[in-house]
Design a protein around this ligand. Structure first.
Ligand code: NOJ
Length: 576
């Protein structure tokens, strides 16, 4: 497919993804075509015109596989099928065709760290004896203490509770996340081969790329066959993430992904993948992003930079450096299905944390006004979110958008406990609210039982204020966030050039970030609360530069606070 929409990203080339705009769909919350309250593939097909109008290059589907939904579908029963509540394989093929005909590529989520406890191989492991080949596909250890009744170590799972679950015969299996998500043993060849089969399966069904869940945890430093006693939790946590860590970012993952790369390269154009990871130091991410490995890595660092100009600039420089180091492009993410939506995040006071899991929960507690709670400033959150999005859209590299951010949706912090689904809520228990608030189904219209999401109530309740953010409402409002995204993505397509930027420094306005891209495209963000006079930025009497797009209303005197503007050298501006 080659059309004017994709001239900027070499649609048919092996590197089409380098500066692509990828829109994340959380399938169960996007659009429901059969009225059962769960989004489905039919719903996605029906909204392809919306995606075209928005101007995205690709979609990434979070898991749509058969699952008991112990973790929103990241507990996969069968890697090579579709959850019957979401559709069929025929629906999947139809969706891939419709997307491709519309000029949109397709990423799917692949979850290689763990299956679900309902996976046929895990059931076989439970029914087999200790030491059997069936059990070797997962990570089993014998319990310790009298009758082997105690877990092999005191390690804590990411969602709370022990990482070890007893199976009743003195043995325990390891799960990094919920007990319903047993970890695979990646030293087992059958497991390795089965994932290669899965990669080929989806590639043969038209998938162009994969988002790799928990990409850095596959190679463990312990297992059934490791005789040594396990270190304590304290000892384990004292080891930095990296080659010597028990779980995260060991060097052996490189060999696994080198094998995946061989499969990707069987296809034309080669399939690509983006690794979900949070390594320390982040420079180790580059390993996953090379063309000997997955091809791209998520750099979530910008999420932890808050709305602070100095930190954002430092992150941009670092990320561009790591991208350069890997030979891949950079990736920019402000929201996803795990994070507090950025329109809410930016309405809260900034705070530093390098813990990607702790930060969202802290913000959610604040949004719920638990503890000493600062109040969410809605107008400020919305203003900053628009500014940050338009800033990120101007950066070189690829951009990952999360469904609903184009509407300016905020987090739904105050869901009733009875509606919550996230295992983080159940396993804390109840102390942490978890991630449901960013997964509430989209409002397509301002009325109806689920604001046009489906014909009945949605699987997570939508608040009344969603009506104001409905697609139908925003389409009628030229100042809406939807129109801003559409216009910015259209301009981005026209202006996109080589993956470089040059900073323009304003030493007496450190809250302003200003850079230029090739072709005379400039991006200026005022991250401060106060307006910054154009004159101070050397931009007052510059007839050579046209203001082509802004995240908020501009004035003749100054760039308002918490606002981003795009400028274009006039000779090329007329082309737009
Ligand atoms: C990361 C995913 O983004 C998250 O949603 C999931 O809960 C964990 N991995 C476990 O699969």
């Amino acid at each position: 497919m080659a059309d004017s929409q994709h001239d900027h990203c070499d649609w048919n080339s092996p590197t089409w993804w380098r500066q692509a705009v990828v829109y994340q769909i959380y399938p169960r919350s996007f659009a429901d075509s059969n009225g059962d309250g769960l989004g489905d593939l039919g719903g996605i097909i029906s909204r392809v015109p919306y995606l075209v109008e928005l101007g995205v290059d690709a979609v990434w589907l979070s898991p749509f596989y058969p699952s008991a939904l112990a973790d929103g579908g990241y507990d996969v029963d069968d890697y090579r099928d579709v959850d019957p509540r979401i559709g069929t394989m025929d629906d999947f093929d139809a969706m891939a065709t419709v997307l491709h005909e519309a000029g949109i590529k397709l990423f799917v989520d692949i979850v290689p760290n763990h299956s679900s406890n309902r996976h046929i191989w895990f059931q076989a492991a439970l029914n087999a004896a200790p030491g059997s080949p069936e059990r070797d596909r997962y990570i089993f250890r014998r319990g310790i203490g009298a009758n082997h009744a105690l877990p092999p170590s005191d390690w804590r799972a990411a969602f709370g509770g022990s990482t070890w679950e007893p199976v009743g015969d003195g043995w325990f299996y390891f799960h990094l996340f919920a007990p319903e998500q047993p970890d695979w043993n990646w030293r087992n060849d059958e497991v390795r081969q089965d994932f290669l089969t899965t990669l080929r399966f989806w590639s043969d069904h038209g998938v162009d790329g994969f988002r790799v869940d928990v990409a850095m945890a596959l190679a463990k430093g312990f297992g059934t066959d490791f005789p040594d006693e396990l270190p304590s939790r304290e000892q384990m946590e004292a080891v930095p993430i990296g080659p010597d860590h028990m779980v995260y970012d060991r060097d052996e993952v490189d060999e696994i992904y080198a094998g995946w790369r061989e499969v990707f390269n069987e296809y034309d154009p080669p399939r690509v993948a983006v690794a979900e990871l949070w390594t320390e130091p982040s420079s180790r991410k580059a390993r996953y992003a090379t063309d000997r490995s997955l091809g791209q890595a998520f750099y979530f660092d910008i999420i932890n930079a808050g709305f602070n100009a100095l930190k954002i600039r430092a992150v941009v420089d670092e990320v561009l450096g790591w991208a350069d180091q890997s030979g891949s492009s950079s990736t920019w993410v402000l929201s996803n299905h795990d994070q507090v939506r950025h329109a809410s995040r930016f309405g809260l006071p900034d705070a530093d944390s390098d813990d990607i899991w702790a930060n969202p929960e802290r913000d959610r507690q604040w949004l719920l006004s638990r503890g000493t709670a600062p109040v969410e400033d809605l107008a400020r959150g919305a203003r900053r979110a628009r500014a940050a999005s338009v800033f990120a859209m101007g950066l070189p590299g690829s951009l990952y958008l999360y469904q609903g951010e184009e509407l300016g949706l905020r987090e739904v912090a105050d869901l009733p406990d009875s509606a919550r689904q996230d295992p983080i809520f159940f396993r804390s228990p109840g102390r942490h609210v978890g991630r449901d608030g960013c997964r509430v189904p989209l409002p397509w219209t301002s009325d109806g039982p689920s604001f046009g999401f489906g014909t009945g109530p949605a699987h997570l309740p939508q608040p009344a204020w969603f009506a104001d953010f409905a697609v139908s409402v925003e389409e009628e409002d030229p100042d809406s966030t939807l129109h801003l995204y559409r216009e910015a993505l259209r301009r981005r397509r026209e202006l996109q050039g080589p993956e470089v930027l040059t900073w323009i420094d304003h030493l007496d306005a450190p809250e302003v970030l200003h850079f230029e891209r090739p072709g005379g495209w400039q991006v200026v963000m005022n991250a401060g609360a106060e307006p910054c006079p154009w004159e101070k930025l050397g931009l007052s009497a510059r007839p050579s530069l046209e203001r082509i797009l802004a995240s908020g209303r501009l004035t003749e005197e100054a760039l308002p606070g918490e606002t981003t503007v795009w400028l274009l050298a006039r000779a090329t501006a007329t082309l737009g």
